[in-house]
Design a protein. Structure first.
Lengths: 299, 112
């Protein structure tokens, strides 16, 4: 029996269903096409994923047409190099972010918290102890060094001296009373500081005493979604002013690590509070924190 | 055949039986089934995207691209869609299948 007639009829029907999908959901179809997948060929794509060894955690190019290497399943994340970890993290976090810099929805913030926990083993959230900033996704701009003690000069800072030092103290004053009392821990606090807009919190003035203490050196995680670079910082200054159009400020070291110390010296970042009651997460470039996995293994 | 996250909701054995009854060769059956699965993908995706709030489309598509076989996608959809999405997918699949079966019977009647 000649089945070509049947084949042609079903092929026409399939074309119609494809057109209907494209007409009704053009953005979704474009997303799939940009990922190298034609709607209707998702099953073939699934087969390629399985045969390429992605499930086993092996890092391989999944299929021709995909524009990036697919990230591994959670069990193999612990083995990722820092470079790969940043790359995949940047790709994954981008899914949750709006097209333009704007406040995130609760769903987006929860999704990002989950991702940070998965990729870095670090618990973080946009709201901690009932406190939250006006924005958790905004533009960060370059700040100068902060004077760490009375008489501190930019020459005393060991890097990025060309960025200068602020003429006045940070919003929480000097880090130490004198040079002699400047501990390595306080050096790190200035090195990896960020400025946040505490001054625009609706209850900043009415709860000043409590909030000043709560925000002083508060640990935060800052992510540049463009490259997945992630760094643990502390809040040590207030600002920038709203008229600048920026929402956060980063120390010279922070901006350099994030890759934002070039050109306009600003860019969009996610900034969440780190939930670290025992102060075990060090400041600086984020490292994979295996404590969660070790704790599970010990159970 | 590689499974997708919604495969437990669709039955196409009746179409395969029809092909066997019509004495369609295995090779031709595979080609026809490929077209049928394509159609089902289109209509089921249309159903999901229609009921899933647009704010979740990007995240759903991301999961579909990276783990199309993962049952967790169904859990994800059920948490975010107010209607019974599994029932809607089954309804869509049945409707698509009935149209296909109609075409198969019509075409095979004409050619015999």
């Amino acid at each position: 029996m000649d089945n070509s007639a049947l084949f042609n009829v079903l092929a026409k029907q399939t074309k119609r269903s494809e057109k209907r999908l494209t007409d009704r959901h053009p953005n979704a179809v474009q997303f799939l096409l940009n990922s190298g997948i034609t709607p209707g060929k998702i099953r073939d794509h699934a087969a390629r994923l399985l045969t390429s060894g992605i499930l086993s955690g092996t890092m391989m190019l999944a299929a021709p047409g995909l524009h990036h290497i697919l990230p591994p399943k959670t069990s193999s994340l612990a083995q990722l190099s820092i470079v790969d970890r940043q790359k995949f993290f940047g790709q994954e976090i981008d899914v949750y972010l709006p097209k333009t810099v704007s406040p995130l929805t609760a769903d987006q913030e929860q999704g990002i918290s989950r991702l940070i926990s998965e990729f870095w083993g670090i618990e973080s959230r946009s709201s901690l102890d009932g406190e939250r900033l006006n924005q958790s996704y905004g533009l960060i701009g370059a700040e100068q060094h902060l004077p760490r003690y009375p008489g501190d000069t930019v020459q005393e800072h060991d890097s990025f001296q060309e960025k200068g030092i602020t003429p006045g103290k940070g919003a929480w004053g000097y880090f130490s009373y004198s040079k002699d009392e400047l501990t390595p821990e306080l050096v790190e606090k200035e090195k990896y500081y960020v400025a946040v807009q505490t001054l625009y919190l609706p209850d900043w003035n009415s709860r000043l005493a409590y909030l000043r203490d709560w925000y002083k050196y508060r640990k935060v995680i800052v992510v540049n979604p463009a490259n997945g670079k992630t760094i643990i910082c502390d809040i040590a200054d207030a600002g920038p002013a709203a008229f600048t159009g920026k929402h956060f400020g980063g120390s010279p070291e922070v901006m350099a690590f994030l890759g934002l110390n070039v050109g306009m010296q600003k860019g969009p970042v996610v900034l969440f509070f780190v939930d670290d009651p025992h102060n075990t997460i060090p400041l600086g470039p984020a490292q994979y924190n295996p404590r969660k996995e070790n704790a599970l293994a010990l159970k | 055949m590689t499974k997708l996250f919604y495969d437990h909701l669709i039955i196409i054995e009746d179409i395969e039986l029809l092909f066997t009854q019509q004495k369609i060769s295995s090779e031709d059956q595979q080609k026809l089934l490929a077209l049928i699965h394509k159609q089902l993908e289109h209509t089921i995706l249309d159903t999901i995207l229609t009921y899933l709030p647009e704010a979740h489309h990007k995240e759903f598509l991301h999961k579909l691209v990276h783990h199309p076989y993962d049952q967790q996608i169904m859990t994800y959809l059920k948490e975010r869609i107010t209607v019974d999405i599994e029932f809607q997918i089954m309804k869509t699949a049945e409707k698509t299948k009935r149209q296909i079966i109609r075409q198969i019977k019509k075409t095979t009647r004409t050619s015999t």
